[in-house]
Ligand binder design. Structure first.
Ligand code: FES
Ligand code: FES
Length: 162
């Protein structure tokens, strides 16, 4: 039986908006997003930090929301897949980065983080940077091609591979 007196109130910023949310002590950030706020774009895959389906940005860095206790999000800034401009996904769709779609929200969050921090690609390959997001369908080529095309266009280059 739920006991509302055991709930805690925390304040945080979600997708640019200040929110106060009541959480249970055992809630994960993933539960806060999906159940308390209805932001169901963030998916649960493995639930144990292996697949990356639940990736969101916390203070600008990708985290597995299934591993973050909800109370640790207090005072933080969270960005979910819902915060990203769908127009910016066109290269991913063209490249065939999604099939069943289970991994797609997490892939989009990580890919947009890389696009916002393109200097990361000076030190790591795109495959290394995307290694925390597992995909059982695409073989990763479409994901990497879409990210590469997007970054090329961000740099003012032409898009895309014919
Ligand atoms: S559901 Fe969080 S890493 Fe798989
Ligand atoms: S598109 Fe199916 S798991 Fe990635």
């Amino acid at each position: 039986m739920s006991n509302d007196t055991s709930r805690l109130s925390i304040e945080l910023t979600i997708n640019g908006e200040s929110r106060t949310v009541r959480i249970r002590p055992q809630d994960r950030l993933l539960d806060l997003l999906r159940e308390s706020l209805g932001l169901v774009g963030t998916k649960e895959g493995c639930g144990e930090g292996e697949c990356g389906a639940c990736t969101v940005l916390m203070d600008g860095l990708p985290v597995n929301s299934c591993l973050v206790p909800a109370f640790q999000a207090r005072g933080r800034t969270i960005e979910t897949v819902e915060s990203f401009d769908s127009e910016k996904l066109i290269h991913f769709l063209r490249s065939g980065m999604t099939q069943c779609g289970a991994c797609t929200p997490g892939v989009v969050v990580t890919a947009n983080w890389i696009r916002a921090n393109p200097e990361l690609a000076d030190s790591f390959s795109l495959r290394e940077l995307m290694a925390g997001n597992l995909c059982r369908c695409t073989g990763y080529d479409g994901i990497i091609d879409g990210l590469s095309d997007s970054m090329n266009e961000d740099r003012g280059g032409s898009c895309c591979k014919s």
